[in-house]
Each structure stands twice: as structure tokens, then as C-alpha cells.
Design a protein around this ligand. Structure first.
Ligand code: MN
Length: 228
């Protein structure tokens, strides 16, 4: 058997401090997982169940890379997020053992075409074209949990051209990492290589061509990308 068309590279992220890469299978994202961000988007964050959307694995942009300004938007927003990398799959994973499934953590950006998302919300349509477009998932190297443990309290921030736009703490996640893995694995079977973008804090805003985005999660790492 041979491939009918040339096979493309396996999407992957470096593993910090090693010469290994982490092959990426699927990218799941949590919506409205910080109360102040839910409010800025016009929602009441009263612990409604978490909801999820996806990005294709080949939307990843490597740390230090250039992210082209996307097609079809005039309102291109940054969302800085803590990213969880799954090493061990499963379905209906209990929250109590969910962290056993985690390989490590990274700093990611859930880039969003906010104008397309607003239209999709208004029309009751899916978010795929607002969230899952090309180059929409910049992500740092993954730091193994074996090295840093599991972050429960850590500063998370994003600067655009040196100015702080988002600044919060991952302790403010509505659904923490074990809860998120438990919920998501009750909807789909998780597999090794899956990433979970855990949601963004308040302060999302538009960015433009030439902007330099620098993100940070304390103890996890830094991410820097430029919009081309
Ligand atoms: Mn997000």
C-alpha cells in the first residue's frame, strides 16, 4: 500500500529541554473558562457546564514563528491560554485521576476571527471558521509535568508590542484541569497527542499586521509570535 498523494508532516511541538517532539493529534479548546472573560463577552459565568470547540492539528504555529494575518476578517483577536498535552487517552476519565493522563503543559494562543464568531453566534451557526482557520494555534514547547508538576496557581499574561493586554492567574479557571479532562473525556475518547486549550482570561482585543505577541505562563514558559 502507498499513499495516493504525498503524505504531509505530522503536526508536532518540541518538548522543552529534550531533543524530542510531541506529535499532536487533535486540538480541543474550552470556551468561557474565566468569569471575567465570559462577562466581557456578554455572558453570565455562573458555572454553566464547559463547552468545547476544535482546531485542526495543522493550525499550530511554532514559537518564534510568523502568523500570517488571516483572510476574511477585520477583527483578529488574541486569546492567551494554558495548554494541556495528553499522554494517556481514555473516556469517562474521573477528575480524581485525570492528571495521570497529562504529559505536560504549554503556552498557547487561541487566535479568533471575532467578527466571524459574532456573526456565527447571531445566526446560530458553528464557530469553526472563527476558530479553526489556518495558523490559528500558536503554541510554545511543551514542558513535561514530570519536570514542573501541574500548575494550579500561575500568572498568565499577554503583551502586544510590549503593552500588557491580558493578565490573570490560572487559579481563576472556572473548570480546572482535572474537571476539564473529566468533562471532555465524557464527550469524546481522548488520545495520546491531544491538546486542550483551557480558555482565555479577560482582555481579549484586536491585533494587526506587524504586531508582536508575547505570552507567558509562570513556570510553564513563554511564547512569541509576529503577525505577518
Ligand atoms: Mn479561547
Amino acid at each position: 500500500m502507498s499513499y495516493a498523494i504525498p503524505i504531509w508532516p505530522q503536526p508536532a511541538l518540541p518538548v522543552a529541554g529534550t531533543d524530542q517532539t510531541f506529535p499532536v493529534r487533535r486540538i480541543y479548546c474550552v470556551g468561557r473558562n474565566y468569569a471575567a472573560h465570559a462577562r466581557e463577552m456578554g455572558h453570565d459565568p455562573d458555572r454553566e457546564p464547559p463547552f468545547f470547540f476544535t482546531k485542526p492539528a495543522d493550525t499550530l504555529v511554532q514559537n518564534g514563528g510568523v502568523m500570517p494575518y488571516p483572510q476574511a476578517t477585520k477583527d483578529f483577536h488574541h486569546e492567551i491560554e494554558l495548554v494541556v498535552a495528553i499522554a494517556k487517552g481514555g473516556r469517562d476519565i474521573p477528575a480524581a485521576s485525570a492528571l495521570d493522563h497529562v504529559f505536560g503543559y504549554a503556552v498557547g494562543l487561541d487566535m479568533t476571527r471575532r467578527d466571524l464568531q459574532a456573526e456565527a453566534k447571531k445566526m446560530g451557526r458553528p464557530w469553526d471558521m472563527a476558530k479553526g482557520f489556518d495558523h490559528s494555534a500558536p503554541c510554545s514547547a511543551i514542558v513535561p509535568a514530570a519536570t514542573i508538576g501541574h500548575p494550579t496557581k500561575a500568572a498568565i499574561w499577554l503583551k502586544v508590542n510590549g503593552q500588557v493586554r491580558q493578565s490573570a492567574d490560572v487559579a481563576d479557571l472556572i473548570w480546572n484541569i482535572p474537571d476539564t479532562i473529566a468533562y471532555l473525556s465524557g464527550l469524546v475518547e481522548l488520545f495520546p497527542g491531544d491538546l486542550i486549550f483551557t480558555g482565555t482570561p479577560e482582555g481579549v482585543a484586536a491585533c494587526g499586521k506587524g504586531d508582536v505577541l508575547e505570552g507567558h505562563v509562570a513556570g510553564v514558559g513563554d511564547l512569541k509570535v509576529t503577525i505577518g
